[in-house]
Design a protein around this ligand. Structure first.
Ligand code: NAD
Length: 489
């Protein structure tokens, strides 16, 4: 690894002190804020709010670092990713605890997020380079398509899966020869800042930096002329703002936005087997998953039986603050989201929709909301047309594919979808008609690092992960090599 400058190993890591990672080291700020533990509303640790000067310096250092980082080889960068993976592996329990405290995740799922982050590092530590493509090679001309890194990438991240979503961006950016500045959500800054700190020993200064900011940091990044690419994951509304602001400097933009994914259940399924999967699809992480099943369509012949079974499964789960043992669903992550989700409950109640399960919000610890299933609300209702991003889901019957597909696609979003069906041919036929970036057959929704992940329609622009995700951090370049005298051609 001759060309990659590395540093001395980090001093003992503290999981109770948090800094921004700028240039050569850790940095605090005159202004601090703190996260809130959604399980009991207690204050978490102080965390510095980066300033515009911090950002300017981070960009300058990232641009400088890009000059040599972009010259390192694919294999060298993969060795760095493998070291990062090993470092994270050493701290699984501490990082899981951070994710549980900042995000309200039950510890087994917080551990799952750390393991998924390790899996993401692993994938990128082994992923093949996009290489070169020969478009033409004859006596006169050789046309070679190759890919070059973009420069400085900025990752703007949400709060629902703070570590693993940042990891997808970090891995792809640095593997393809870019440098990256990561902005975690101010609601969940801890795990990302700690990861950026622990891996500094493996990269030259400026290759990976992390800045926690207040509401101004995202807009400052999208406006910054020294940033070449924004990879944004968050809401559709903010995504549109990101795209508008980035247009001024024609930054490359990847947008991973919200969705209103449908889950389709065919009449031939084994209800007892499928109900727990459907329940996970709708309620995993208390419904705060971009590709969660947000509309359940169940064939009319099994509708009542499925409703009963699903209700039974979810009733069997323990829902509460994450300090308790055996919790399956934790709280909603923050107060703002809690109030949004509460609004959906109120709208269903006011309009007299049937709660097959749940219905009451309040009286719980922290931002805990007991899960709810709405039995056959009208297709124009808010719970069907909007994304609640919380533990409430509508279930509707269908009779034929002809009437089902237009209902499934009757949304401006197109992120995901799932189909449960014993007849695989039928499942594939239905999948091919869903207007969405990813469709799962006989599984709940779980993105994989090797599978490109993208939103159709208003769910996004471009995408991440897999080979195509890597290409989103690169510019194509075509070399025209003339072998004969051009004047003769
Ligand atoms: P959000 O849009 O409120 O915030 C996302 C990030 O953008 C945060 O870091 C925030 O500080 C920053 N930000 C806010 N205003 C900005 C601006 N004007 N310019 C630049 N940055 C700005 O989203 P959220 O509430 O954190 O996340 C929930 C949403 O994210 C849901 O809609 C969910 O479906 C979506 N999501 C999508 C995916 C996906 O991969 N498609 C994954 C997770 C979440």
């Amino acid at each position: 690894m001759g060309s990659i400058e590395t540093k001395a190993p980090a001093a003992e890591l503290s999981f109770e002190k948090f800094h921004n990672v700028v240039a050569k080291g850790l940095r605090s700020s005159e202004k601090m804020h703190h996260g809130v533990n959604p399980s009991d509303k207690s204050e978490l640790w102080d965390v510095p709010i980066a300033t515009e000067r911090d950002l300017d310096e981070a960009v300058e250092v990232a641009r400088e670092a890009f000059k040599s980082w972009s010259k390192t080889t694919w294999a060298e960068r993969q060795q760095v990713l493998a070291k990062m993976r090993a470092e994270l592996q050493k701290h699984v329990p501490e990082m899981a605890k951070l994710l549980s405290l900042e995000g309200g995740k039950p510890i087994q799922f917080a551990t799952g997020e750390v393991m998924a982050s390790i899996g993401t590092l692993d994938y990128h530590a082994k992923a093949p380079s996009p290489g070169e493509e020969i478009l033409q090679d004859d006596a006169d001309l050789k046309l070679t398509l190759r890919y070059v890194p973009l420069g400085v990438a900025a990752a703007i991240c949400p709060w629902n899966f703070p570590l693993v979503l940042a990891m997808g961006k970090l891995c792809a950016a640095i593997l393809t020869g870019n440098t990256i500045i990561i902005k975690p959500s101010p609601f969940t800054p801890y795990s990302v800042l700690k990861f950026a700190e622990m891996i500094q020993q493996y990269v030259p200064p400026g290759v990976v930096q992390a800045l926690n900011g207040d509401d101004r940091m995202g807009p400052m990044m999208t406006e910054h002329p020294g940033i070449d690419k924004i990879s944004f994951t968050g809401s559709i509304t903010t995504g549109k703002r990101v795209m508008m602001a980035s247009a001024k400097t024609l930054k490359r933009v990847t947008l991973e936005l919200g969705g209103n994914s449908a889950c389709i259940i065919c009449p031939d399924v084994d209800i007892a087997k499928v109900a727990p999967l459907v329940a996970l699809g709708a309620f995993f992480n208390s419904g705060q998953l971009c590709v969660a099943s947000k509309r359940l369509f169940v064939h009319e012949s099994i509708y009542q039986e499925m409703l009963q079974e699903l209700t039974k499964v979810v009733k069997g789960w323990k829902v509460g603050g994450t300090a308790e043992e055996g919790i399956m669903l934790g709280p909603v992550q923050n107060e703002m989201q809690y109030n949004i989700v509460k609004g959906f409950f109120e709208d269903c109640a006011v309009n007299g929709y049937e709660f097959a399960l749940g219905g009451k919000v309040g009286g719980e610890d922290g931002f805990v909301i007991q899960p709810a299933i709405i039995d056959n609300p009208p297709s124009h209702s808010r719970i069907v047309t909007e994304e609640p991003f919380g533990p409430i889901v509508p279930m509707m019957p269908w009779s034929t594919e002809e009437e089902l597909i237009p209902r499934v696609n009757d949304t401006r979003t197109g992120l995901g979808g799932s189909i449960y069906c014993a007849d695989i041919e039928r499942a594939n036929k239905i999948a091919s008609q869903i207007e969405a970036g990813t469709v799962w057959i006989n599984s709940f929704e779980r993105p994989l690092p090797q599978a490109f992940f993208s939103g159709h329609k208003e769910s996004g622009l471009g995408g991440e992960l897999g080979r195509h995700g890597l290409l989103s951090y690169m510019n194509p370049q075509v070399i025209h090599l003339y072998k004969t005298d051009v004047a003769k051609l």
